[in-house]
Design a protein around this ligand. Structure first.
Ligand SMILES: Cc1cc2nc3c(=O)[nH]c(=O)nc-3n(C[C@H](O)[C@H](O)[C@H](O)COP(=O)(O)OP(=O)(O)OC[C@H]3O[C@@H](n4cnc5c(N)ncnc54)[C@H](O)[C@@H]3O)c2cc1C
Ligand code: SF4
Length: 456
């Protein structure tokens, strides 16, 4: 284990970040890692509990105490091996995971004191890349069986890598011009630079995975022994209010796809926040990425509004006690860079002359059924309105063409990853609904194990 009693004398160190006022001027990543000595001290704080709750907090079951201890002992290469045993892409989760493991850390019983697990994970894997320890690991034995994976988001990539390493011939079909799914075209560069996604895709290619970009799959794929649907949950929730049809009102993903392509230099964006009063409707990750992107474009103002009421500042033990994920107030990285946020807001309409100019809203009661509070109507300037209210489910086209059954929420019904159509499997957001990268990787891995057993 780490150093006996270290957690009593060493305080948790938060992840270093570039100063908000500086980072908002570019698109480079803003998260930094601690110097090596301090990082090892943080690893020493792990108590290697008899029952490590962090294991069950992490959807991948990452072997957290093992690698915390190895980092403390400066044995990074072994730590990397441990990390890769459960997680194909720790550089994705080390940058982007909300870290439910830390919420479940025993030290978090004293709120705000958890071992800084996510930061240690990122340091291990980034060092692995820097040192050249991460290399292709092609299968030693080929099975002669073939698998088509539709979608190259984190679930499709994880499934593809696991299946290729099991010796199957894997082809990934992706309708976008490049791989990564939401990691590439949703999440902005300042959260994950695209070279980080690219080098993993190159590793998969070197392990024998074939990528076919720019291919929209719209029916059964011939010539494969199995198909994995990893198409994500891409149908956005709409806002049925008067004025929704005005110019300047867009789904968040339309804006973020455009921003990612603009930053990559591959296309001119059709939607711009520059010089405009921007309203972002929705308080989650997608909304935060819109707020931060609009700031980097030089918006006149950015306001994020949320239907739900303001959560408590501290973990509400009566609702979400340790080790559960606490439903508490969080201020996104984006709002640290500027902008306003309002809770308990119901949008009542949008107005303008062909193009949106104002948004109209009322306060609500902050909880279902979100009754409007009388005499609270307000209007605000709005020249770009971005709808970031989540996703209702996977797109129907391919699923209907294949005839796969759906569950009550419209997701692919694939309890143990097999769908109702023999030889067709599903993983990631398409199966569980819009979720997290860590879950997508976990789904891809578990789905691959089921497909491997099917092919064997
Ligand atoms: C803006 C935004 C920010 C986010 N930020 C975070 C974050 O910080 N941390 C976190 O943990 N999670 C975050 N998430 C959630 C996370 O990105 C997703 O849960 C995850 O990417 C799901 O992975 P997936 O592989 O299932 O699907 P996706 O990443 O959606 O990938 C699906 C892929 O399938 C392709 N595809 C779909 N249909 C077809 C077809 N018919 N033919 C060919 N290809 C097809 C799509 O083009 C896409 O590339 C964010 C989501 C959004 C929208
Ligand atoms: S993947 Fe997420 S939950 Fe798992 S150890 Fe890493 S940060 Fe924690």
């Amino acid at each position: 284990m780490g150093e006996l009693g270290a957690f009593l004398k060493i305080a948790r160190a938060e992840t270093p970040e570039r100063a908000p006022g500086e980072r908002v001027g570019d698109h480079r990543e803003f998260v930094r890692t601690l110097p090596l000595v301090e990082l090892r001290e943080q690893g020493a704080r792990c108590m290697e509990c008899g029952v490590p709750f962090c294991h069950s907090g992490c959807p991948l079951g990452n072997l957290i105490p093992d690698w915390n201890d190895l980092v403390y002992r400066d044995r990074f290469r072994e730590a990397l091996e441990q990390l890769h045993r459960t997680n194909n892409f720790p550089e994705f989760t080390g940058r982007l995971c909300p870290a439910p493991c830390e919420a479940a850390c025993v030290l978090e019983i004293d709120e705000g004191n958890a071992v800084t697990i996510k930061q240690i994970e990122l340091a291990i894997v980034d060092r692995g890349w820097d040192e050249g320890w991460i290399v292709p690991r092609p299968a030693q034995r080929r099975t002669g069986r073939s698998v088509a994976v539709v979608g190259s988001g984190p679930s499709g990539l994880a499934a593809a890598q696991q299946l290729a390493r099991a010796g199957h011939d894997v082809t990934v079909f992706e309708r976008d011009e490049a791989g990564g799914g939401l990691l590439r075209f949703g999440v902005p560069d300042f959260k994950i630079e695209k070279r980080v996604v690219e080098r993993r895709i190159a590793q998969l290619a070197d392990e024998g995975v074939t990528f076919r970009f720019g291919v929209n799959v719209d029916g059964p794929l011939e010539g494969f022994d199995a198909t994995v649907l990893a198409t994500g949950s891409r149908v956005p929730r709409d806002l049925p209010v008067p004025g929704r049809e005005l110019g300047g009102v867009h789904y968040a993903m339309e804006y973020l796809y455009g921003r990612n392509r603009a930053v990559a230099g591959t296309a001119e964006p059709e939607i711009s926040a520059a010089g405009r009063h921007v309203i972002v409707i929705g308080g989650g990750d997608t909304g935060a990425d819109c707020v931060a992107s609009a700031h980097r474009e030089g918006a006149a103002s950015v306001t994020q509004i949320e239907l739900l009421g303001e959560p408590p500042e501290k973990r509400p033990d009566e609702l979400t006690p340790w080790p559960l994920w606490p439903m508490k107030l969080r201020t996104s990285y984006a709002l640290k860079e500027g902008g306003e946020r309002s809770f308990s807001i119901s949008t009542t309409g949008l107005s303008g002359n062909g193009r949106v100019q104002e948004i109209h809203w009322m306060q609500n009661t902050g909880a279902p059924p979100f009754e409007p509070v009388p005499d609270t109507g307000e209007s605000h300037p709005a020249q770009l309105v971005l709808l970031a209210m989540g996703f209702v489910g996977p797109e129907a086209g391919l699923l209907d063409a294949l005839g796969v059954a759906r569950d009550a929420r419209g997701n692919v019904d694939a309890g143990e990853f097999a769908t109702s159509v023999p030889g067709v499997f599903a993983a990631g957001d398409a199966r569980r609904g819009q979720s997290l990268i860590v879950w997508a990787i976990d789904e891809g891995r578990r789905c691959a194990a089921v497909v491997d057993a099917y092919l064997s």
